[in-house]
Design a protein around this ligand. Structure first.
Ligand code: GLN
Length: 295
C-alpha cells in the first residue's frame, strides 16, 4: 500500500487514531490501538491527554503526511519501535536503530529476576557485565536500579556499541557504564558480581518463519543461535564461571522451551541454578545461576 491510499487529511486526532487502529486490526496487526496511538503521538507530538481532551483537534498537513508514511511502514511489517526510533524499556526511553535488537518487555524479566536475586546487595558497589548489550537495555536498566554499581556492556557489533553509549549518555549513566566491542568474554580478565545476557537463541532454521517484524528488522546477529539455538549459551557458559565472583549471580534470557537444555549446559560448566522467572506470558524467560561453591 502506498501513502496515497491512506488519507488522513482534515481528520481530528481521535478520528485519525480510530481510522488507523481499524486499518491495523483489519491487517491483523497486534496491539492495533496502542500502535495507532503511538504513531499518532510520534507524528504529531500530541499526547494521550490531547487525544482525550482535544479529540477534534485537526491534524496539520505536515503531521498528517508524516503519519500516513508511518502507517504505511507499519502495514509493511516495520515495528513501531523502528519507525519511532525509540522504545521504553523498564523505566528508560531508549534510542533504537536497525543495528540493535528491539528490547522487548519480555526481557524486563531479566531485570526483575536480577533485582530479586540481589536483594539488598543492589545498593552495594557492584560490578555488572552485559554480554551482547545491543541498545544497552539490560545494562542501563540495572545501573538505573543499582545506584553504586558500575558496568560493562560488550557487543560484537561496533554500531550497536555506539547506540548503547548514546543511551548511556541520554540517561546520565556514561560515568558508570563502559561499552566495548568484543566477542563475549574474549580478552576480558575482570570479574563481576552480576552477569546478564540476552544472547541470540533462535534456531537458524526457524528464522525464516519468524514474524516479519522480527526477521526483517532485528539484526540477524542478535537472533541466530545456530543449528540448535544454543551456540551462544555454550560460548558464554564456557567462560562465565571464571568471570563470576564467588557470590556472584548470572541471569540469562531463555528462548521458549530452552530451560532444561541451558540448565544442563550451566551445570556442566560448574554453575548451579538458583531459580527461574517467567515472563508475563508465562514463558520461563530468565535463568538465575550461581557458582556451585556459592554460600
Ligand atoms: N526475543 C526475540 C524474539 O522473540 C529473540 C531475541 C534473541 O534471540 N535473544 O524473537
Amino acid at each position: 500500500m502506498s501513502d496515497d491510499e491512506i488519507d488522513l487529511t482534515g481528520l481530528g486526532l481521535a478520528e485519525a487514531c480510530r481510522k488507523i487502529s481499524d486499518l491495523f486490526s483489519q491487517t491483523s496487526i497486534e496491539g492495533a490501538e496502542l500502535a495507532a496511538r503511538m504513531l499518532l503521538s510520534g507524528a504529531t507530538g500530541s499526547s494521550r491527554t490531547d487525544l482525550i481532551l482535544s479529540p477534534d483537534r485537526k491534524l496539520e498537513m505536515d503531521a498528517s503526511r508524516k503519519l500516513e508514511h508511518f502507517v504505511t511502514r507499519r502495514l509493511a511489517g516495520e515495528p513501531v519501535t523502528r519507525i519511532l526510533g525509540s522504545r521504553t524499556f523498564w523505566t528508560l526511553d531508549l534510542h533504537v536503530t536497525a543495528d540493535v535488537l528491539d528490547p522487548r518487555p519480555d526481557s524486563e524479566t531479566i531485570i526483575r529476576a536480577a533485582l530479586e536475586a540481589l536483594g539488598v546487595r543492589k545498593d552495594a558497589s557492584l560490578r555488572i557485565l552485559d554480554l551482547g548489550t545491543g541498545s544497552g537495555a539490560l545494562l542501563l536498566a540495572l545501573l538505573s536500579e543499582c545506584p553504586h554499581a558500575t558496568g560493562l556492556g560488550i557487543d560484537l557489533s561496533g554500531a550497536a556499541c555506539a547506540v548503547a553509549r548514546e543511551n548511556a549518555e541520554r540517561h546520565g549513566l556514561s560515568d558508570r557504564a563502559r561499552v566495548t566491542q568484543g566477542h563475549w568474554f574474549e580478552g576480558l580478565d575482570d570479574t563481576f558480581d552480576l552477569i546478564v545476557s540476552n544472547p541470540p537463541y533462535i534456531e537458524s532454521a526457524d528464522i525464516a518463519d519468524l514474524a516479519i517484524e522480527v526477521r526483517a528488522h532485528d539484526p540477524l546477529l542478535a537472533l541466530d543461535g545456530g543449528t540448535d539455538g544454543l551456540t551462544a549459551y555454550r560460548d558464554i557458559l564456557r567462560f562465565l564461571p571464571s568471570a563470576l565472583r564467588a557470590s556472584g549471580i548470572a541471569v540469562l534470557e531463555l528462548g521458549a522451551g530452552q530451560e532444561a537444555a541451558v540448565r544442563q549446559l550451566a551445570q556442566a560448566a560448574g554453575l548451579r541454578t538458583r531459580g527461574t522467572k517467567a515472563d508475563l506470558g508465562g514463558v520461563i524467560r530468565a535463568l538465575v545461576l550461581e557458582r556451585e561453591t556459592a554460600a
